[in-house]
Design a binder for this molecule. Sequence first.
Ligand SMILES: *Cc1c(COP(=O)(O)O)cnc(C)c1O
Length: 385
Amino acid sequence: MIKKYLLAPGPTMVPESVLLEMAKPMMHHRTSEFSNIFADVREKLKPIFGTKNDCLLISGSGTAAMEAAVVNTLSPGDKVLVVNAGKFGKRWAEICSKFQLDVMTIDLEWGRSVKVEQVESALIANPDTKAVFIQASETSTTAYHPVDKIGNLLKLFDNTLFVVDGITSVGVVETKMDEWGIDILVTGSQKAFMLPPGLSIIAMSEKAWRFVEKSKMPKYYLDLIKERKAQNNNTTAYTPAVSLIIGLNKVLDLMHEEGLENVYLRHSVCADATREAVKALGLQILAKDIPSNAATGFYLPDGIDGGKFVKFLRERMGVTFAGGQDHLKGKIVRISHLGYHDVFDTVVAISALELGLKKFGYEFEMGAGVKAAEEVIYKSRIKGL
Ligand SMILES: *Cc1c(COP(=O)(O)O)cnc(C)c1O
């Protein structure tokens, strides 16, 4: 028997109660039964986004909401600034280039978090910048960017939108869209929201909606004016991802029952325990400035092929981690703390990591990682400790 643990930063494990909810017979979307669920979902999302703005649901993975942010607010030729510190920062730049925006980037070494001053000097040199694009948590490097501080800076720039990819931060760490001055915040279903992939969510400030009125970018499926009108009547412009929305309703109940502060604490303890374990094993953490609580990336010891290592753990031990992307492929491992994941999943992750390292010939004291993780967990006082 191989019992499976999905511990990669998306897709993540789906709770049994959510799977059962989604397995119920299909309902029609143009009914009051569905509209009531839809309205509930949109309300329950707001405290997680930290906003009074509408949370609009989009059928499509996180990238659909990223593209929606671009095509609804800007016009070809507009100047934009992208913080490019990993695979997903690069994706913002690629989407913006495809839609003929004039893209400037702040290029950072993978693992680094941007400094507010870097954004500030780019904006002072380019006061005509229409939008700043960033990840809160750059999942490819497991680094977190200080979006609260950058948002605060951007409050001084009336003609510049602050667009945040919160795909592995919303539902992971407390996010205050309105207070922090975030104009557009997007997330997806298969990370902290512990659902299958295929649904994304976007919230926009009043300032962003003013940009929408002026945008000359072509769009059809992702036209948010049409969506907002429909969704404010508790329906959608096109057939929604009914099962995922029903699942999301259940997920939001689980999150609110646990209490959002406890959800964030759980992610933080699992992340901290993993980081301490990795260090105790003598391995180097990838995130240099501010590590994300969504996942922990670290370098494998020299001589271990990351591709083979991750494959061995997945196929022989049933434990799925993620490897590295682009130039970090084969060099790093990323362990997720996202969503339906508690401290015992972290212990499983570290134990599997140790057993795998041993198998691949790395020399260390067995149990050192698990010990370090358990110490963090014990000190956290969660789980009645
Ligand atoms: C997973 C992820 C995405 C994108 O997602 P898809 O769901 O694959 O479209 C974008 N940004 C970040 C930070 C992510 O972690």
